[in-house]
Design a protein around this ligand. Structure first.
Ligand SMILES: [Zn+2]
Length: 323
C-alpha cells in the first residue's frame, strides 16, 4: 500500500526510466476498487486509484465530498493492504480551485498519496499561484501534486471546455518551474468521455518537446495523459515512449461494467420479469439470479479484465517496485 508521496514518486521514477505508464483508474464504489486492485496484483503492477469530487459526493450518499473521500480512502487502504505483488496509491482527480478546502482536508488527513489541482481554466498566473499553494501544502505532508495547463476537450466532473487547446511547451516549462508540481498533465488532443482513437488528432510530438525541454532545464517530470480511454494501443504506447508515466482511465471501465451487467440481464430477464405467455400466478422470480452479488460480479469481472489488459498495454505489468 503506497499511501505517501515518496512511494508514488518512486513508482513514477521507475516508470519514466523504464518507459512504462501507471494506469490511473477512476472509481466511485467498492466493487470497482476490488476489481482494479485484484487486476494489479494478478499482473504484478503498481496502480493508482483515482477519485473525483463527483465520485466522493456519490460515495457519501449526501453529496458530502469530505465524507465520500474518507469512505473511499478507507476502502482503498483496507483492501490494498491484502496484496503483496503490487502497491496502490490514491489520487484526487481534477480538483478545481473551488474545491481547495476539500483538497486541504484530504491532504491534512492523509487520505490520499497525490492530488491533481486543476486550475487550467484560470489565467496562467492564477493557475500558477493556486497550484503553488497546493504544492506547498501537499509537500509538507509527503503528498505529490499533478497540475495542468491548457484544456482537455470534453466533459469530466465540472470541467467543461468547448475548445481544444494544445499545451505550449514553453508555458509547460514555466508552469513546472514556478509551481514545482510533480506530475504535469499535457493537452495533446485527447478528449474526456467517449471517443474513438482513430478520430483523435494526437500530437505525440508535443509530449516529446515538453519532455525534452523540462529535462534540458533540470526539471524533468512525469507527464500525464488524460482522456485516454478511446486511444488505440499504438497511440498509448507512442505517448509512453515519449515520457508519459500516468494514463487516466475512467470511461473504459464504465462501459465494460455496464456492458457486462446489460448482457447478464438480457440473458436472465426471466429471473425478475414474468415471461410473455406465462401467468403471473405461476411465475416465481429466481432469487439465485437476482441477488445483486450474482450480477454485480459480472461488472466487476469485466473491470478486472479491462484493467489487466490496460496494465499490459501500458507496460506496467511485472514492473511493481515491490518485485
Ligand atoms: Zn482528466
Amino acid at each position: 500500500m503506497f499511501f505517501n508521496g515518496d512511494k508514488m514518486k518512486q513508482v513514477f521514477l521507475k516508470a519514466k526510466k523504464e518507459r512504462f505508464a501507471i494506469v490511473a483508474s477512476n472509481i466511485a464504489f467498492d466493487g470497482a476498487v476490488r476489481s482494479i486492485l485484484q487486476a494489479a496484483d494478478n499482473v504484478k503492477s503498481d496502480v493508482l486509484i483515482q477519485i473525483s469530487t463527483g465520485a466522493c459526493k456519490y460515495a457519501s450518499g449526501i453529496n458530502n465530498v469530505n465524507v465520500g473521500a474518507s469512505v473511499l480512502s478507507s476502502i482503498v487502504k483496507i483492501l490494498s493492504a491484502q496484496y503483496r505483488n503490487s502497491g496502490a496509491g490514491l489520487h484526487i482527480d481534477h480538483a478545481t480551485p473551488n474545491y481547495f478546502d476539500f483538497v486541504k482536508f484530504c491532504i491534512e488527513n492523509g487520505l490520499v498519496s497525490s492530488v491533481m489541482i486543476d486550475a487550467s481554466k484560470e489565467k496562467m498566473e492564477d493557475n500558477i499561484r493556486i497550484t503553488k499553494e497546493v504544492v506547498y501544502l501537499a509537500h509538507k505532508h509527503n503528498i505529490i501534486v499533478e497540475g495542468e495547463i491548457g484544456y482537455i476537450k470534453g466533459q469530466e466532473d465540472e470541467i467543461v471546455s468547448d475548445e481544444q487547446l494544445y499545451t505550449n511547451p514553453d508555458e509547460a516549462l514555466e508552469f513546472v518551474k514556478k509551481t514545482d508540481v510533480d506530475l504535469f498533465a499535457a493537452s495533446i488532443g485527447t478528449n474526456h468521455g467517449v471517443t474513438k482513437g482513430k478520430n483523435v488528432h494526437l500530437r505525440l510530438d508535443l509530449i516529446e518537446k515538453i519532455d525534452k525541454l523540462l529535462i534540458e532545464n533540470g526539471v524533468e517530470r512525469g507527464i500525464v495523459l488524460h482522456g485516454a480511454s478511446g486511444l488505440t494501443k499504438e497511440q498509448q504506447q507512442g505517448a509512453i515512449s515519449r515520457g508519459v508515466v500516468k494514463i487516466n482511465k475512467d470511461t473504459r471501465y464504465q462501459m465494460e461494467y455496464a456492458s457486462a451487467v446489460q448482457k447478464f440481464w438480457e440473458e436472465n430477464k426471466d429471473a425478475i420479469v414474468c415471461p410473455k405467455g406465462m401467468s403471473e400466478d405461476d411465475y416465481i422470480p429466481d432469487k439465485k439470479r437476482f441477488d445483486p452479488r450474482k450480477w454485480l460480479i459480472k461488472g466487476e469481472q469485466a473491470i478486472q479484465k479491462a484493467a489487466e489488459n490496460l496494465m499490459d498495454i501500458c507496460g506496467s505489468k511485472e514492473h511493481s517496485i515491490l518485485l
